[in-house]
Ligand binder design. Structure first.
Ligand SMILES: Cc1cc2nc3c(=O)[nH]c(=O)nc-3n(C[C@H](O)[C@H](O)[C@H](O)COP(=O)(O)O)c2cc1C
Length: 145
């Protein structure tokens, strides 16, 4: 049995209700980073094609609480858990919330997912493969700015 302090890594994908203006994303990120830092949550947020893909790493109950709030957030819908697994070390230890806006080609390359509306329930990559793609992508594009 994992101890209550075990680390988990959660990856989910969701569909924005409407295009997210840059200023709104910045406000979201500012609040998210403050919260995440206080609760030792790290990760990466990608946005493109009105879709979000987020990796969150941390311990419970902080991770579950945040994911509950994210799932209820009216700014997006079709929140789909892609992977939720215990981990021994963080892949984003220094990232309060890395962030990148990605284009269609990058999004497809990164996730292998078709837009959710076209492919409900469809995930082209198994989690391990998805994770490798994300890590490679994060090294190349995202910035912890
Ligand atoms: C795609 C997406 C990702 C989010 N990521 C985070 C996050 O990493 N940390 C965070 O505190 N809030 C994040 N939020 C915001 C939360 O959903 C929520 O608005 C925030 O935690 C405040 O919750 P409250 O209004 O219930 O107090 C995210 C929202 C969206 C739409």
């Amino acid at each position: 049995m994992p101890s209550p302090n075990s680390l988990f890594r959660l990856v989910y994908q969701s569909q924005a209700i409407s295009p997210f203006p840059a200023a709104e994303l910045e406000t979201l990120l500012r609040k998210a980073r403050t919260h995440n830092q206080a609760h030792h949550l790290t990760g990466l947020l990608l946005y493109g094609e009105e879709q979000f893909l987020q990796v969150l790493e941390g311990a419970n109950p902080a991770l579950e609480e945040l994911y509950g709030r994210i799932q209820r957030d009216p700014r997006h819908t079709q929140v789909r858990t892609l992977s939720y697994l215990p981990i021994s070390t963080r892949a984003f230890p220094d990232w309060r919330m890395g962030y990148a806006v990605v284009g269609p080609a990058e999004l497809k390359q990164t996730t292998g997912f078709l837009p959710l509306a076209q492919s409900p329930g469809f995930a082209a990559h198994p989690p391990a493969e998805l994770w490798e793609l994300l890590r490679g992508f994060a090294r190349g594009v995202a910035a912890d700015g």
